[in-house]
Design a protein around this ligand. Sequence first.
Ligand SMILES: [Zn+2]
Length: 234
Amino acid sequence: MLSQWLKESNYTVVLTGAGMSTESGLPDFRSSGKGLWTKKDPSQIASTEALNQNVEEFFQFYRQRVLGLNEAKYHQGHAILAKWEKEGLVRSIITQNIDGFHTDAGSENVIELHGTMKKVHCQSCDREYGNEKYANEQFICECGGKLRPSVVLFGEMLPEEALVQAAEESEKADLFLVLGSSLSVTPANQFPLIAKQNGAKLVIINMEPTELDLYADLVIHDRKIGEVLKEIDR
Ligand SMILES: [Zn+2]
């Protein structure tokens, strides 16, 4: 069914969330009990407050995340989405993830709602660097400002431009595919609804049930995203 819809659709938009990243072996740092820094609440360390008041811990927390990220790699699911974009089957990807794997895999039209861990930039002068700065424990810009990952921290707004683009893409969609998102976070969970209101078919592939399952035309649980996409790709 899904492969038929994908073929028939003129404008397919994909939304990816944490479940897409965890298939690459990256821990979902929002889920407690697993992954790094379990003793502390990530919303305290990965925050603007920590950047201003507890910067050593902030640097070390993100350095660990950069090192972990640079050891992991995109998986077949990312690769298939990139291939589908080249074949005209997918128009754009909206992602809640910060791993940069969609671009690594070759996708071009990617909207990163929460920024990217691939880059860091200076809090004072905005100059950008690759994340190897953090890997090499260089946390200070040439100007003397603090370098910070180019991600949205707790306490910050999502980038306006990305939100506007994501909403526009969602309106245009005639097939909207959610991959590995629990759709529990606003505004990401608004995009499937925008698509649906504008007549799109909505497909949700996620390990667990989501709050928007009742609006979906097709729901797939308990399956790895990479495997489902591979089946469709055949
Ligand atoms: Zn600077």
